[in-house]
Design a protein around this ligand. Structure first.
Ligand SMILES: [Zn+2]
Length: 193
């Protein structure tokens, strides 16, 4: 698991980057640090315990990345391609995702709780035990995905597709749903109350 070492700058509540004393925002040449961090993550090697919080990422190709137990809390992802990636047990809590693509990815055991997700695609993904608690999702597609034991409790879902998904033991209690489709999915094996 990533180390929760506080940033050395007094009063900063973010975690320090790996092998550094400060968070990204307080690093010297933070733009260069961010670019090299993105480049190092973009290969297909397995990276673990990376901390990259409170960062805005736009038009990035993270397809085929392999990340384990990383912290991306409170980031903004705009037009970021995570297709075919493995992002296992990673933290994406309180993020904003806009026009992102997770098709064919394996994001099992990850935490996306409290995030806002707009116009994003999660088709044919492995989302077993993934925590989507309290998300605000609009115009998203989770079709053909395995959502075994996933948790969407207390989420607000508008125009969201769950067509032909495995919903066994998925938790949709206390959700607010408008135009949500569970067609061809085993929704009777999920919890709604
Ligand atoms: Zn800091």
């Amino acid at each position: 698991m990533f180390k929760c070492v506080p940033c050395a700058v007094e009063g900063c509540r973010r975690y320090a980057l790996e092998d550094m004393y400060t968070c990204l925002q307080h690093a010297e040449n933070s733009d260069e640090v961010l670019q090299s961090l993105i480049a190092s993550l973009s290969d297909s090697h397995r990276h673990r315990d990376v901390v990259m919080t409170d960062v805005r990422l736009k038009d990035i190709d993270f397809s085929n990345v392999h990340l384990t137990t990383c912290d991306f809390a409170r980031c903004v992802f705009e037009n970021v391609d995570f297709s075919q990636s493995k992002i296992q047990a990673c933290f994406f809590d309180f993020c904003l995702f806009e026009n992102c693509n997770f098709d064919g990815s394996d994001a099992r055991h990850s935490v996306v709780a409290g995030s806002k997700i707009m116009g994003s695609s999660f088709t044919d993904t492995l989302l077993i035990h993934t925590n989507f608690m309290g998300i605000d999702a609009r115009d998203c597609d989770f079709s053909s995905s395995d959502l075994y034991y996933s948790n969407f409790c207390s989420s607000h879902l508008v125009n969201v597709q769950f067509v032909d998904c495995n919903l066994k033991n998925a938790d949709f209690r206390y959700t607010d749903r408008q135009n949500v489709s569970f067609k061809y999915s085993n929704f009777e094996e999920a919890s709604f109350s």
